[in-house]
Design a protein around this ligand. Structure first.
Ligand SMILES: Cc1cc2nc3c(=O)[nH]c(=O)nc-3n(C[C@H](O)[C@H](O)[C@H](O)COP(=O)(O)O)c2cc1C
Length: 200
């Protein structure tokens, strides 16, 4: 797949640790990107994951060019973004290079799209575009399937995994004026009352 972009001025020298510390103020969830390529089943812990587009449905992961995951996702084939549950710290560290004692809870390990059990959500993605991201590659995937369940996700902030504090205040989407009503963006077959909403 050809990469797009990549033209620009040389970056100013920065202190990588200071930049990482600054970026660490941006709280994220934690995902494990899993895939099968031939006989190899692989997973990598990634917090540089974001939603990109609802129509078409697209998501982005940024992978270090030195990682095996980057090489594997450049090959043809789907991959799965597993969004970890708060109880899955050990799994996050396992796929970051610190093996855990318990067996990895694979689902469909033999399938072309192996995923992890116990997650709060997963998305099956098909490689769509690659972009130059400096020492990372930006992998944009087309979301083929997704599933989520209620639950507390694992958080990553300041280099640690803090607890999520429950919040009863009104949902942000209901207060947001950009028209991003998530219900209105559900696929038609998931939204029985869509016809009633089109005049909104
Ligand atoms: C919480 C956390 C978040 C991480 N996020 C990323 C990321 O977004 N992109 C990335 O390339 N590596 C990330 N890493 C590092 C990789 O998980 C780690 O380098 C891994 O060993 C790469 O494995 P691989 O070379 O087998 O693919 C993260 C690690 C941790 C612990």
């Amino acid at each position: 797949m050809p990469e797009r972009g990549g033209v620009g001025t040389a970056p100013r020298p920065v202190d990588p640790r200071a930049l990482r510390s600054c970026m660490g103020q941006f709280a994220t969830g934690v995902t494990v990107i899993t895939c099968r390529r031939g006989d190899l089943v692989h997973g990598t812990t990634v917090n540089a994951f974001t939603s990109v587009s609802l129509d078409p449905p697209l998501a982005l992961v940024a992978l270090d060019r030195r990682s095996r995951a980057d090489a594997l996702l450049r090959e043809d084939g789907d991959y799965v973004v597993n969004i970890l549950d708060a109880s899955q710290r050990d799994l996050a560290m396992h796929f970051a290079g610190r093996p855990m004692a318990e067996p990895v809870p694979w689902v469909d390990e033999q399938s072309p799209r192996p995923r992890l059990a116990g997650t709060v959500a997963h998305l099956v993605c098909r490689p769509w575009q690659l972009h130059d991201g400096g020492d990372h590659t930006l992998h944009i995937g087309s979301i083929e399937r997704f599933e989520s369940r209620p639950g507390r996700p694992l958080l990553f902030h300041g280099g640690a995994f803090p607890e999520l504090v429950p919040d009863d205040s009104p949902g942000a989407w209901s207060l947001c004026l950009d028209g991003m009503d998530p219900v209105a963006h559900l696929p038609v077959h998931d939204e029985p009352n869509r016809a009633d909403r089109t005049g909104d």
